[in-house]
Write a protein that binds this ligand. Structure first.
Ligand code: TMP
Length: 217
């Protein structure tokens, strides 16, 4: 009896799905397409992002992307301030209510950008994650593409780049490699997708994978 109640409770918890990749990798487009599909199916959904998923986070996002310059550790701490607020105010209550959470970036972005890009080391990021967040995604979609391709897409779409997008190519190469290396270490959580593939092809892969995840809960 007690066991069956536990199973029911676990089934009711939502699903936490994150979207990761370098600049211009196509992750946000795919997140929106999957969200549209889930909405049509009537799946309870929270579509959100980091940094910037709460009112406080929106202010932190402006600071993080447009401040003149930031010390790398200060940048990392602000990312975690945003993340902590986002988790407690929005993500955790949504998951507890059975909502599927689609989040554009999460701690893997700090591992890749601050850990590798800024060379602070993944251990420091893992330490902060363990102390302040703890929650890991059920699934992470990593969109991989060469930084040259991604940055060209950003410029074509927006014409200008923010503080982090303006970093040197070597920075973005480190970010890409760190993402891929994390994915190799956690093959059960990550699904790596080739971000140079056609949008429709990628969308079909995601619908199949996320649909299966939902179906097995
Ligand atoms: P976005 O434009 O894809 O929403 O991402 C915002 C920028 O913030 C992007 O350049 C990646 C960066 N970022 C980090 O450097 N560390 C982090 O932890 C997160 C969440 C984002």
């Amino acid at each position: 009896m007690r066991e069956s109640r536990l199973v029911t409770a676990r089934r009711k918890r939502g699903l936490f799905v994150t979207f990761e990749g370098i600049e211009g990798s196509g992750k946000t487009t795919q997140l929106r397409l999957l969200a549209r599909r889930f909405r049509r199916l009537g799946v309870p959904l929270l579509v959100t992002r980091q940094p910037g998923g709460t009112p406080a986070g929106a202010r932190l996002r402006r600071l993080l992307l447009h401040a003149g310059s930031l010390d790398p550790r200060a940048e990392l701490l602000l990312m975690f301030a945003d993340r902590r607020q986002h988790l407690t105010e929005s993500i955790e209550p949504a998951l507890a209510a059975g909502t599927v959470v689609l989040c554009d970036r999460y701690t893997d972005a700090s591992r890749a950008y601050q850990g590798a890009g800024r060379r602070l080391g993944e251990e420091l990021v893992d330490l902060l994650h363990g102390s302040f967040c703890g929650l890991d995604p059920d699934r992470t979609y990593l969109f991989d593409c060469p930084p040259e391709t991604g940055l060209a897409r950003v410029s074509a779409a927006r014409g200008s780049r923010d503080r982090i997008e303006r970093e040197a190519l070597a920075f973005h190469r480190r970010v890409r490699e760190a993402y891929l290396s994390r994915a190799r270490r956690e093959p059960g959580r990550f699904l790596v997708l080739d971000g140079t593939k056609p949008v429709d092809e990628l969308a079909a892969l995601l619908v199949a994978d996320a649909g299966a995840l939902l179906g097995t809960r």
